[in-house]
Design a protein around this ligand. Structure first.
Ligand SMILES: [Cu+2]
Length: 335
């Protein structure tokens, strides 16, 4: 994955993905990984054969009473960087707390010890100014006795603070300490662009329309969305003119894949999902909306634009006008 084309030129879309070249190399070697499946009758499950990737994340205070995670000093964003690993990989995160607040980083979906839990309950957090290492492990699907398959770690997950404000990180989450965590299965198709949309209270990525992110892609580009819910409200994520399969990847495995095809999905606090679409497939370029489908929420500012440009990157007819209408649109900012 190339950082340069993840996110595009707009600052609020800036993302840095963390697919390590080492992880990609390990993926290429996956076919020769030791299998434990034969012991259970030739299952496709494999033992973990991953790599350990070490990264440093800086938690910083941002303008507007926000906080963010970043991969370098001064680079913190809301949401934080998209963190990625392959099943079997380990992510060793050195979290540098540059703030005057107690905080941590707590993942969903992966394996960790109590020391890496990120909760004050387990005395696992960074005091102000403190640096602490958190270790996130992951594993592949394994076959257990009786031919039942125990799930691997692959999924569209997320991470967030679990220590600022309260023992649950309520203050840190409210102020932007959250981001997407993707665990891929070896062989998964990689996207060319990635968007994180966090529905949190009455905001998307801690912003209300028309300041919500405008996600941009060219016609036909393979775009990956990661949707995350936070806060205290029930939300539904809806994307105009695109649809996906309600399964792990958002893609159908074949013509008879029974996965439901949807264009709207519940996005409740703590939940997350992801999917890939080909931008504008079957519908063409244009300024398409994404929004919360709880009506008072979309009216209140939980809406944004998915701008699908022409394949050559030029603006399609009507898109500028639609964007201007959106930006001049009045939102009730009610709840
Ligand atoms: Cu909502």
């Amino acid at each position: 994955m190339d950082d340069d084309h993840v996110g595009g030129p707009h600052r609020h879309l800036s993302r840095r993905s963390l697919i390590a070249t080492g992880a990609l190399a390990a993926g290429a070697l996956g076919a020769s990984a030791p299998t434990i499946g034969t012991a259970f009758g030739g299952s496709p499950a494999r033992a973990a054969a991953g790599v350990t990737k070490k990264i440093t994340i800086y938690a910083e205070q941002l303008p507007g009473n926000l906080f963010g995670y970043g991969l370098a000093p001064g680079q913190a964003t809301v949401p934080g960087p998209i963190l990625e690993m392959y099943e079997g990989d380990t992510l060793e995160i050195t979290l540098v707390n540059t703030t005057s607040q107690r905080l941590s980083i707590h993942p969903h979906g992966v394996d960790y010890s109590t020391e890496s839990d990120g909760s004050p309950f387990n005395a696992s957090f960074n005091n102000p100014g403190e640096t602490r290492t958190y270790v996130w492990r992951s594993h592949e699907m394994v076959a257990a006795a009786g031919r039942r398959y125990m799930p691997g770690s692959a999924g569209y997950w997320h991470y967030h603070d679990h220590a600022m404000g309260t023992d649950h990180g309520t203050g840190g989450v409210a102020k932007g300490l959250y981001g997407a965590l993707i665990v891929r299965r070896r062989g998964d198709i990689l996207p060319s662009k990635q968007f994180t949309a966090v529905f949190h209270d009455m905001m998307i990525n801690n912003k209300m329309a028309p300041a919500t992110p405008m996600f941009e892609a060219n016609l036909g580009e393979r775009v990956e969305w990661i949707a995350i819910g936070h806060g205290n409200l029930f939300h539904t994520f809806h994307l105009h003119a695109h649809r996906w399969a309600d399964n792990r990847t958002g893609m159908l495995e074949g013509p008879s894949d029974p996965s439901l095809v949807i264009d709207n999905k519940d996005l409740n606090p703590g939940s997350s999902f992801g999917f890939q679409v080909l931008a504008g497939e079957g519908v063409g370029p244009g300024a398409w909306m994404y929004h919360c489908h709880v009506q008072t929420h979309s009216d209140g500012g939980m809406a944004g634009i998915f701008l699908v440009r022409n394949a050559d990157g030029s603006m399609p007819p009507g898109a500028e006008e639609a964007i201007h209408r959106f930006q001049g649109h009045t939102h009730t900012h009610g709840s």
